[in-house]
Write a protein that binds this ligand. Structure first.
Ligand code: MRU
Length: 358
């Protein structure tokens, strides 16, 4: 993605450091965060310096390569045990997005070169770099296929951030929107603010503004109003984990948008790379849903008149809060899943065929 005239990826690795755009500071400050070891990289995923399913997948892959490169012993069995330990730490950073464990397994399952720690280290880095490159390519292909669904003069609703920042580049849901814009279609994007962490207002809106794509941020509870007034032609969201029957876990609030879209006869698409499909989840009931801290509900972040980023309380001190970070949209509300191979139906047959071709 182009930021201030420079082409960036969300995450990359150089000299055993993992670099990432610090998403805790956007849209107020653009800064690159340098993680110097895999423990710090796991922490960056946990604290949401980097966020979004494909982005945390690539970060995990780099984190495992970083762990390997920083290993100082000489015993191959000990090296394997150390990699298992690093894998577990990175894998436990966040539970819902399938991409994290998919990427970690991709690197771990291929990195060991019998008896050679040096070769295994080098291979882990090549695998992680290759993983990130192929993730970019998949997102670009999702954009090409999704663009075919978008007509000139259409209004599109999106929820949360499924843009380049949530991936390595391009995005999932924002990739078709980006490519429609590059192909000179006149489009308008309604951006759900996405409480509690406001990924829509702070990240999606920022990405669209960078690209000069026409958009407006709306309160999460305004989507039904605009749908009922005929202002929204289609909905495109990302996904954090897709079950084999087509149920889709995505940011909290996605489910209600899908129900509203069906009520108003508006097509509802999820866009996702292969890493988001979980062959071990039969239905959405098998998807683990992350519960996050109460203070994400009771407090809000913003910038004051002196340009300091501040966290302020908006709820009574006595009130507890509940904070599920994701929900599951049943397949029956989903018109199609936009993949690198084209749009597939959210059903067992088409998903089984898609994942078997990988
Ligand atoms: O909690 P986050 O910010 O990591 O959640 C991000 C989302 O839910 C995105 O919608 C998702 O990862 C879609 S795929 C780019």
């Amino acid at each position: 993605m182009i930021i201030n005239g420079i082409n960036y990826r969300t995450v990359w690795m150089q000299d055993a450091s993992v670099y990432m755009i610090n998403q805790l500071l956007l849209p107020f400050k653009f800064e690159i965060y340098q993680s110097k070891n895999y423990i710090d990289t796991a922490n960056a995923i946990k604290t949401m310096i980097v966020r979004g399913a494909p982005a945390i997948g690539a970060t995990g892959a780099f984190g495992l390569a970083q762990a390997a490169l920083q290993y100082e012993g000489e015993d191959f069995n000990d090296f394997r045990k150390y990699i298992d330990k690093s894998f577990n730490l990175l894998n436990s950073a966040r539970p819902t997005a399938n991409d994290l464990s998919y990427a970690l397994n991709f690197v771990k399952s291929k990195m060991f070169v019998a008896g050679s720690i040096t070769s295994s280290k080098m291979r882990s880095f090549e695998l992680a770099r290759g993983y990130a490159d192929s993730s970019v390519e998949m997102c670009r292909a999702i954009g090409e296929h999704g663009n075919k669904l978008i007509k000139n003069n259409q209004n599109i609703l999106t929820h949360c951030n499924a843009g380049a920042l949530a991936c390595v580049d391009f995005g999932t849901a924002l990739s078709p929107i980006r490519i429609a814009h590059y192909s000179k279609k006149n489009i308008f994007v309604y951006v759900d603010e996405t409480r509690p962490r406001n990924q829509g207002a702070s990240l999606t809106a920022w990405e669209l503004a960078q690209e000069k794509i026409a958009h407006a941020i709306i309160a999460d509870n305004a989507a039904g109003f605009y749908m009922s007034k005929g202002k929204i032609d289609m909905v495109i969201v990302g996904a954090d984990r897709i079950a084999m029957n087509g149920d889709v876990a995505n940011k909290i609030g996605t489910y209600e948008k899908a129900v509203l879209a069906k009520e108003n006869n508006i097509p509802f698409y999820a866009a996702a790379p292969i890493s988001t499909f979980d062959v071990n989840c039969r239905t959405g009931n098998d998807i683990p849903i992350e519960e996050r801290n109460e203070d994400e509900i009771t407090h809000i972040h913003g910038i004051d008149e002196n340009k300091n980023i501040k966290k302020i309380r908006i709820a009574p001190h006595e009130s507890p809060a509940k904070n599920p970070a994701f929900d599951v949209t049943p397949a029956r509300y989903i018109t199609g899943i936009i993949t690198k191979k084209g749009v597939i139906k959210p059903n067992k047959e088409e998903i089984a065929e898609f994942v078997s071709r990988r």
